[in-house]
Structures are given as structure tokens and as C-alpha cells.
Design a binder for this molecule. Sequence first.
Ligand code: UN1
Length: 509
Amino acid sequence: MMQNILREFNIEAANSGVSTGSTWLEAGGDTLTSFSPVDGKDIATVKTASRADYDAVISKAAEAFTEWRQWPAPRRGEVVRQVGQALREHKESLGRLVSYEMGKSLQEGYGEVQEMIDICDFAVGLSRQLHGLTMHSERPGHRMYEQWHPLGITGIISAFNFPVAVWSWNSMLAWVCGDVCVWKPSEKTPLTALACQHITAKVFAENKVPEGVSCLIIGGRDTGEWLAADARVPLVSATGSTRMGKAVGAAVGARLGRALLELGGNNAIIISKDADLDMSLIGCVFGAVGTAGQRCTSTRRLIIHDSVYDTFKTKLVNAYKQLRIGDPLDQHNHVGPLIDKQAVELYLQSIEKCKAEGGKFIVEGGVLEGKGYESGCYVKPAIAEVKNEYSIVQHETFAPILYLVRYSSLDEAIALQNNVPQGLSSAIMTLNLREAEQFLSQGGSDCGIANVNIGTSGAEIGGAFGGEKETGGGRESGSDAWKAYMRRQTNTINYTDKLPLAQGIKFDL
Ligand code: UN1
């Protein structure tokens, strides 16, 4: 079955990882092998970009931009509409490939492709709504307004956990905005990127979109560094760890470029004394173990009111007993593998650090062995009772480890929720209107996403996605996130035969 899917996306045993659209370059960099954490097999190899390949791609992209920016935005939207259509046709196979290469459940693989389809639809509508404001000039016979123009090359650095959706949030918006995209996907998930490039290239060729509007450069850390340092790339949108984001942000900032950063989270759910505990349970367990705890929005901490702490803890422990861990392509299972053995190592180290700091595990972790677990990447979701200030709790571990903290007043709960370096997603489970409103108020959650009676993960594409503090401050996807992909120009037009100066300044010759 997987062989058919690879064939459907023109993926061979050995591939080039550098493309400007329909053209695939003879890539000159190292070879990397894509490994499936599902069964531990090597799937295919990809040749990465050398510096010369990278420069060739950027030149092609820059050339394409001068043409693409002249296309009317709704016409660009029409191309994106067709990309959405192609994704609908390939949803089953692309979702399966995501699940196989990355290890998330098949349902979540499909869900990821659905997010791509949704952002295409959103971008199509947006292509007729890239509007600015008009202002009243202080001078007679003058008109002032602003327009949004295409920016140029958008560099997209994406992570393994949403190997294709995050690229599409960026690229679909960037394309309707008139930008061209150069995508550096995670080197852990190159094949899903190749598949997307093939899907897009076909639609683009049918619409005579210039070569260079959709570029792919598979490579390691140095490729990301080239993008970050390159003044020809006005915007670099990067998703990944805070460590990576700090490096990208500093390099882009040093040349005064624009960085859109979507980095780590340390997301908490407050379980109030007035929560519907049964309903809350689903949100908490899915948030903590879904995608094996490898979403930026995964639930890392539960902050539970004293009066419901023991009851809710018992419910959690019972729920965890029912979790089925195994092949994510088998829809019977709830939890798939971690991305690779290095992630397993970090998971184990985090458990040890937590224990050393005094954490008490009420659901023990561990690596699974035996039939079905040959890849060595399957781990048990774990739960520990901790103090919020433990250094391990302050840190994002990309694995299914859930920390429990108790509280007695809502002010204390909100302080605990905010008291971490990251600020992505947050939630409160409560049926009490006063509590919900306090949590959402300016004195409440300090995160980019704050929910009531749903968990921290699973955001819809219609809202702006991103967070504060070490999460990086960027916003992607819905709302007015498109503005990051364009340059704003303020225009003042004088339609009189006088030239009055602003601020009443007199300057007579
Ligand atoms: C991410 O983990 O980088 O809200 C993105 C969610 C998804 C996106 C997560 N829609 O969980």
C-alpha cells in the first residue's frame, strides 16, 4: 500500500530534494534517509541542497516574484483553490503518508490534510480581501490611504510534527499575497514535503504559474541558516523549538528582516472546582497524548483545584489505563510512536530529571518493546505530580508527559499557568462565568490562545495561531495573519495646485 502511495507522489528510492516547481535540480548536498518511526524501516533517500543549489533556487524565486506579483490577487487565489481541490483528491494518500513518515495517528494525518484544505479555502476568500484603510488628510485637497503590496520571497522553515499543514498555512497565504515561497521542511519528514511539491507543481504548471513560485530545499541546519541570513528573503517564517527560533530570530534581526516565529509551548489546562469533569477528561487526555505529545499545543500541565484534585486524578489514571499504544495506521490505537530514538532519549531524560527534582509519577513511563514496537520509538504516556517551578516543568519536552499541579484560588491558578517562559496555548474548564471571564481578561492568561471548556490543542485555521514570550510572538493562519506576508505602503495624493506642508510648516521660496 505504501509503495502505491509513494508512486502516486512520484517518490522513488532515491530523490532530489531541491525543486523550483516542475524542475528538480541535480542536488549536490548530502544524502538523507527518511525513516518511519512506525516500523523502523528506511522509506527512501533524498539528496539535500548544496549552497550552490540554494543560490540557484533563490535566484529563480526572485525572478518569479517579479512576474507573480503582477498577477491579480483573485487569479492567484484561483490557483490556490485548485491546490485545495488537488489536496482533496489526495487526502487519503497524503494523510496516510504523513501518518507513516511522522508517526501520528491516521485520523490526525487526515486531520492535518484537512487543515491544508481549510487554509486553501480561507486563502481563496482572502485573495479578494487584501484591503487597507483610507484616512482623512489634514491638508485640503489631499487623499490618504494605505495599500498592501507583495513582499517578496517568504522562507518557510517547518517542523516534523505538522510536516505539511504548517507549510500550507504559510504558503497559501503568501501566494495569494503575491509572494513566492522557499520551503525548508524538517529533515525528519522530507517525503511528505516532496509529495506536496509534486501536488502543487502539477496545479501550477496547468495554470502557467512561473517556475520559482513554489520552491523546496531539503537540507539540514545550515540550509535554515542560509535562509535566515539572506537579505534576498524579506520574511522567514519558522516553526520549531525555542532554541532554533532564537537563532533564526537573531540572524534575521541582524539584517533587519522580518521573522515570524512559532516556537515552543508549555500549555496548561486549569480544572476548576466548577468544571464538568467528565467532559474535561477528553480534552485533557487528547491534549496530552494526541500526536504522542508532539504538538506545540499539547497539554503539558494540568492545574487542578484542591476540591476536585483526587477525583480528577483517579479519572485520569483510569483513562490512561485504557490507552492503546501502537501502529498509528491502525485506527484502533490512540497513541503512536515518537518521531525517532533521539526523541525517546529526551523523553527518558525528562522523566529522570523530573524524578530527581521530586516529581512523583502516578502513571509510569517507559519504552515499549516486543512485537509491533520494533522501531524503538513507542513510549508510554506518563503522569507526574510536580511543582510548577521545577526546571523540567518549565521546559517543553516534546513527548507525552503530563504534569499535575494543585491550586486553591483562581488567582493562584492563573499565576501558575502564566509562570513559564512560553506563552502559546491555555485553557480553563469551568461552568462558572466569572471564572471564565477572569481567565480571558487582560489579567488572565498571557497566551496567544486561551480557551474555555476545550483543550489546548486542535486550534481551527480561522483564528490567528501563535503565542507570546518564548513562543516567539508570530501569528500564522487565520484572522489578519496575512499582513505579515505583505508590505504596507501609505500613499498621500495631492489633487490641488498648491503644495501645503503637513504640521502647518511654511516654506516659501
Ligand atoms: C503545531 O503543533 O505546530 O492547534 C501546530 C493544533 C493544530 C496545530 C498545531 N491545529 O493543535
